[in-house]
Design a protein around this ligand. Structure first.
Ligand code: A3P
Length: 266
């Protein structure tokens, strides 16, 4: 049987290019990086930071898909795309710490790391695989768990990803966040992120960030399918990013707290 360790085809991540970006990416002190293990709330955090930068005005998030607002470090053309862009620039990445651009560590650029509990990541991945055109065989829930435990050949495992980045918590340019914190109290989270980024927003502007980063509004705005991300050697494909946006962690939120061990229906 095909090993489920490779949800993404081998050419999805080009290790040679990742190594080159690691050595060559120039990082400005004002740049901001959002780093996550896949399916941990990357789009959500990019939306929040984009809205904070535009002081709650949704024009930018409504007119530009996430992949244009925030260049993905491991997708080479994205880095090319932002080369001459005025700083501060916004980046996203799923890379583990040992593959991350070296210049970040010597710069004052800030990073927000978002972690999510593994059960929800596995469920999210389980549904996400169905949208991947190169996924010939649909993996069962058990196989997805297996794949998760094996880890991605480039990104490594969830455990090593977090373990690698966690020591950065002692640095003032690094903010460790969880998806569950965002779910539990979005307002307090946004205020914390504003403080970290050195942005002062009025109550009205904060309210607009909250409204526009809420699940239903983001679902309406999201442009990833109107303008899918171009990928090297691959036809662009449509993805459903906004699926349920819930957390199994009990005690968090109101309608959330689903605690079933069987795969959720959709
Ligand atoms: P689910 O598949 O569990 O619904 P990423 O952006 O890293 O790929 O993560 C995608 C996950 O974040 C999806 O989880 C998606 O629904 C969730 N998400 C995105 N925006 C959200 C929001 N505004 N509120 C809650 N969850 C959100």
């Amino acid at each position: 049987m095909e090993t489920p360790g490779r949800l993404l085809p081998p050419h999805f991540y080009d290790m040679e290019k990742i190594q080159r970006t690691r050595d060559e990416l120039e990082v400005g002190d004002q740049d901001v990086f959002i780093v996550t293990f896949p399916k941990s709330g990357t789009h959500w955090m990019v939306e929040i930071v984009s809205l904070i930068y535009s002081k709650g005005d949704p024009t930018w998030v409504k007119s530009s898909p996430m992949w244009k607002r925030s260049a993905c470090v491991e997708i080479n053309y994205a880095v090319e795309m932002v080369k001459d862009k005025a700083k501060p620039r916004l980046f996203t990445s799923h890379l583990p710490i040992h593959l991350f651009p070296k210049a970040y560590f010597t710069s004052k650029a800030k990073m927000i790391y978002v972690a999510r509990n593994p059960r929800d990541i596995i469920t999210s991945l389980y549904h996400f695989q169905r949208q991947l055109p190169f996924c010939q065989t649909l993996f069962s829930f058990e196989q997805i768990i297996e794949s998760f435990l094996q880890g991605n050949p480039v990104l490594g495992s969830w455990f090593d990803h977090i373990k690698g980045w966690l020591p950065m918590r002692d640095s003032e340019k690094f903010l460790f966040f969880t998806y569950e914190e965002l779910i539990q109290d979005l307002k307090a989270s946004v205020e914390k992120i504003c403080h970290f980024l050195g942005k002062e927003l009025s109550e009205e502007e904060i309210s607009s960030v909250l409204k526009n980063a809420s699940f239903p509004v983001m679902k309406k705005h999201i442009l990833e399918n109107k303008e899918p991300m171009p990928l090297e050697n691959m036809e662009p494909f449509k993805v459903k990013i906004m699926r349920k946006g819930e957390s199994v962690v009990s005690g968090i939120g109101g309608s959330i707290g689903r605690c079933s061990t069987s795969p959720p229906a959709s």
